[in-house]
Design a protein around this ligand. Structure first.
Ligand code: SF4
Length: 415
């Protein structure tokens, strides 16, 4: 049976962080409206309505995945932990009822400090959740305030302890470098306190100032780490985390042995994944598509699919013309059947992000051509420059190559 990963997007946050350009809406600024003479909390209605849509989309899409078994489910956002526990249970029940999930599937939710209590976390475990990913970003309260996070370090610590008490044995903590006002010393302190907690996984990204975000507009007000300090933080991450028993398995991701994120590896290794919810992306059998990003358009999309797929899909997830449903569905915002060239680009571009690199034999098996036939002398040149290294079968990034990974990866894109 083929494998599938499921991504579920929850686009609600307590309030927007100042650097965030993800598809999420603040629910803290709820408008209390009037409905039939009664005061109603529009924020709550929105969430309930959204969960209904999600469950509907999961049900309607299920026939096209009858031949797949689900190896991971990932709730991302947004802040999925804002969902009431019963909504989580409803979504997971729907997934279980309509999809075949392997027994040891990795089921993750992202959560933000202060948005869960012990009871909710225990409920997650009852729902089958076995991994959580907590967005700490920094252990320095002033740094957190500058980027508009909703929590301070104490709140994070409380959440982390509650998660351990609830029984979570696989926890990721997100940290960020290159924050406004951050020094190499304060970043090192963040790494120190995080590793002292001994989470199973650590993701370490650098802040990227996205145009249009409040932080981008106000960047002149802050002192950002210099390029040199940025590089120092980068080097520190790898060396310090390695000394604490975390191996880097992807450019920005570190794990204790056996705790690499199964779900994210599917993205980098170009496995099949189906995204559900507002703006969620999917790639199944080299067809990529993206759900609408506008709530009204998403709602229309879900209700158009309903009926169509359920009626039209036969036992094998084919439509009435015998084509896979994901190849024929016209109600998605963007849909692209990847050409062989695009698949090769992605194989190299995404695969090289992982420290284990890419395999020559697999490339040849997938595309019927050797890497050198397609890329000529590029791999050899990058090896001579000390940016890649290779053995008989594999090619992977060197430490020097990781430092300039954008340059290296770009060499594998066609014009
Ligand atoms: S919690 Fe995450 S998704 Fe939500 S506003 Fe902050 S950065 Fe964006």
């Amino acid at each position: 049976m083929k494998e599938l990963s499921i991504y579920i997007h929850i686009p609600f946050c307590k309030r927007k962080c100042l650097y965030c350009d993800f598809l999420s809406f603040p629910v803290e600024e709820r408008k209390i409206g009037q409905m039939r003479g009664q005061q109603v909390d529009c924020g709550k209605i929105e969430i309930k309505n959204y969960v209904n849509l999600l469950c509907q989309e999961l049900m309607s899409s299920a026939p096209q995945y009858r031949q797949y078994q689900v190896i991971s489910v990932f709730f991302g956002g947004g802040t999925p932990s804002l969902l009431p526990a019963e909504d989580f249970a409803r979504i997971m029940d729907t997934v279980r009822e309509y999809y075949q999930i392997v027994q040891d599937a990795e089921i993750t939710t992202e959560l933000n400090p202060g948005t869960v209590d012990g009871e909710k976390l225990k409920h997650y475990i009852t729902c089958g959740m076995n991994r959580i990913s907590i967005g700490l970003q920094s252990a320095d309260d002033e740094e957190l305030a500058r980027i508009g996070r909703i929590h301070d370090y104490r709140t994070f610590l409380r959440t982390y302890e509650l998660a351990r008490d609830a029984g979570f044995t696989n926890i990721n903590i997100d940290v960020m470098a290159a924050l406004p006002g951050q020094s190499v010393l304060s970043y090192e302190r963040t790494l120190r306190v995080v590793t002292a907690l001994s989470p199973e996984h650590i993701s370490a990204y650098s802040l990227i100032l996205e145009e249009g975000t409040p932080l981008y507009e106000r960047q002149a007000e802050y002192l950002f780490p210099t390029e040199e300090e940025d590089r120092e933080m980068y080097a520190l991450t790898k060396d310090y985390l390695a000394s604490c028993g975390y191996h880097r398995y992807e450019i920005s991701n570190y794990a204790k042995e056996g705790f690499e994120c199964r779900h994210n590896k599917v993205y980098w290794q170009r496995g099949n994944y189906a995204g559900f919810g507002l703006g969620a992306s999917s790639m199944v059998e080299n067809v990529r598509w993206k759900n609408p990003e506008d709530m009204k358009a998403y709602e229309a999309y879900v209700w158009t699919r309903h009926g169509k797929d359920m009626d039209a899909a036969d036992m094998h997830g084919k439509d009435t013309h015998g084509k896979n449903m994901h190849e024929t569905d016209m109600h998605v915002a963007e849909r692209q059947i990847l050409t062989k060239k695009e698949q090769m680009e992605e194989y190299m571009f995404l695969g090289l992000r992982m420290m284990c690199g890419v395999e020559r034999r697999e490339f040849e098996h997938l595309f019927g051509q050797r890497i050198e036939e397609v890329y000529g002398r590029i791999p050899d040149r990058l090896c001579r420059q000390g940016l890649l290294t290779q053995d008989g079968n594999r090619i992977w990034l060197t430490d020097k190559g990781i430092d300039v990974s954008n340059y290296v990866l770009a060499q594998f894109l066609f014009d």
